[in-house]
Design a protein around this ligand. Structure first.
Ligand code: VG1
Ligand code: CO
Length: 542
């Protein structure tokens, strides 16, 4: 088949963010926008010809078109083989698993995660390396550099491939193996958890509601929870993936997963509730009328890891992103294992996992995962909880409250100010950075500032240095963190993370807003948020 060399003009906005390149679909649909990025990616990977890549996406609008383009470009760029999920639909953790299981060179994941989908919403693309982890900055920087000067791309002009049938096909010399996206992933999870204990749990009167939010996890959750584990049919709601996520916002938190939250706080709430995001890597955990923060969930899974067969022999360590609460640090100390703090974004956990320094990781943004893959994994987190509930026979609320009584409680909240004018947001941030020094040792509202700095992380394996977020740390362990989001597709989002630690288990109340209220006020005063942005309240509170 003939390879066409197409002339193209470079774009200047193809810098991958926290988790790949995310833009409005309409930007991706502009002439050669997707093609430029894909060619830049291929050009950045020197040893790619002849190799195998995994390909799939969260099924959102434009997923199918992008898959066809990438297949034709991959064939023109001499890629040996593509392992493609049927219909091109693959959750992010399932993609990570395929890369690892079939030892491929890497994989391309099409997703804008929890961002809304549809012709007027978002699309995204990211590259994962041989270990299944998101590409490190050394690779994403290179892709961006190439994208700024790209002048041509390669493609084989041929009819679209049928990707709806399992089997093998070809474009030119390139083999395309179309596989079931769910089976390998389900088998992998079966090898981690005590499926028979969870089956027994469901065989009794234990009930569950899993909200797939019309996104990619539906078929996975149906297969694993209902078919393999025997949860009652209908336990998984909104299970059919839609290309516009039913006009929703598949971000599993108390604001966007409202349908599930209403069910879990109703009179006949099931025993356990959970939701996942657009691409299946995030999770939210709920009990009857009870919400578990992601930071607490990480700490509780860590504390109970020995109940999960895969971790029964013990774990080397645990890691969290910097803004995530220090609840897991307290557990790690008690267990005598290491605890690492990395910048926001899952790519920073990969090296630690590869070096067997950590086995369980988490982020406050509803991401939890283990070293079974190199992405955060929504259903894995759900199964961790079900496994723990099945063995302990306790309720979600009971487990969490006992945890607070033993370890103290890290009250926590995140304020998001979305769609800010980019100059105003950057000024606010830079001003804060400039005035930081003056806060050291200062007493404010009864809190004494221990230190204020820009979080700087040196990767212990590759020595790369990342700066991400401004921190104000108080002498009692309380923290206020400021970060600018790297996943939005328009405007700037300022995230403010606020944490207060109550060590005394007998004092833990169930009213985080009260425990945090002084710090919340301080966070506005210190960064001059309302003064500079005119916003009196955040758009989203989690
Ligand atoms: C956000 C979260 C971060 C997460 C990232 C990707 O990034 O804060 O913790 O790793 O999204 O998650 P940011 O830069 O917008 O704060 V996913 O599920 O969107 O791939
Ligand atoms: Co996601």
């Amino acid at each position: 088949m003939e390879i066409s060399l197409i002339k193209t003009k470079a774009y200047d906005d193809q810098k991958p963010g926290t988790s790949g390149l995310r833009k409005k679909v309409k930007r991706f649909m502009e002439q050669n926008y997707l093609e430029n990025f894909v060619q830049s990616l291929f050009n950045s990977l020197e040893d790619l010809p002849g190799k195998t890549l995994v390909l799939g996406g969260d099924g959102r609008y434009y997923n199918d078109k992008a898959i066809q383009t990438i297949l034709k470009m991959a064939a023109a760029n001499n890629i040996g083989k593509i392992i493609l999920a049927k219909d091109g639909v693959l959750s992010t953790p399932a993609a990570s698993n395929l890369i690892r299981k079939y030892k491929t060179f890497g994989g391309i994941i099409l997703s804008a995660s929890h961002n809304p989908a549809g012709i007027n919403e978002d699309f995204g693309i990211k590259y994962n390396i041989y270990n299944g982890a998101p590409a490190p900055s050394s690779i994403t920087d290179k892709i961006f550099e190439i994208s700024k000067t790209i002048t041509e791309y390669k493609i084989i002009k041929t009819a679209d491939i049928d990707i709806s049938t399992i089997g093998t096909t070809k474009i030119g010399d390139m083999e395309i193996e179309i596989i079931d996206g769910v089976k390998d992933y389900a088998t992998m999870l079966e090898g981690i958890f005590d499926f028979s204990a969870i089956k027994n749990l469901f065989a009794g009167d234990f009930t569950i509601c899993f909200d797939a939010m019309h996104a990619v996890t539906g078929p996975y959750a149906k297969y694993i929870l209902e078919y393999m584990l025997g949860a009652k049919s209908g336990s998984v709601i909104n299970a059919i993936p839609k290309e516009d996520f039913n006009n929703g916002h598949p971000d599993p938190n108390l604001t966007y997963a409202k349908e599930l939250v209403d069910i879990m706080y109703s009179d006949n709430a099931p025993d356990f509730g959970a939701a996942s995001d657009g691409d299946g890597d995030r999770n939210m955990i709920l009990g009857k009328g009870f919400f578990v923060t992601p930071s607490d969930s990480l700490a509780i899974i860590t504390d109970n890891h020995k109940l999960i067969p895969y971790y029964a022999g013990g774990i080397s360590g645990v890691a969290r992103s910097m803004p995530t609460s220090a609840a897991c640090d307290v557990v790690a100390k008690e267990l005598g294992i290491n605890c690492y703090e990395v910048p926001t974004g899952w790519k920073y956990f990969g090296n630690l996992m590869d070096a067997d320094m950590v086995a369980i990781c988490g982020e406050e943004s509803f991401g939890t995962g283990g070293n079974h893959v190199r992405e955060k994994d929504g259903l894995w987190a759900v199964l961790c909880w079900l496994n723990i509930l099945a063995i302990t026979k306790k309720s979600v609320k009971d487990i969490t409250e006992k945890h607070w009584q033993k370890y103290g409680r890290n009250y926590y909240t995140r304020y998001d100010y979305e769609g800010l004018n980019s100059d105003i947001a950057k000024d606010l941030f830079n001003n804060l950075k400039d005035t930081f020094g003056s806060y050291n040792g200062k007493m404010m509202d009864g809190f004494i500032i221990d230190f204020a700095d820009e979080f700087t992380y040196t990767d212990p394996i590759d020595n790369s240095v990342t700066r991400n977020g401004l921190r104000i740390i108080f002498t009692d362990g309380s923290r206020i963190i400021y970060r600018l989001s790297g996943t939005g597709s328009s405007g700037v989002t300022l995230r403010v993370y606020i944490e207060k630690y109550e060590k005394d288990g007998s004092k833990v109340t169930s009213q985080p807003a009260i425990a945090l209220s002084n710090l919340i006020e301080l966070s506005d005063i210190i960064a001059e948020i309302s003064e500079r942005t005119g916003r009196t309240k955040p758009d989203v509170i989690t």
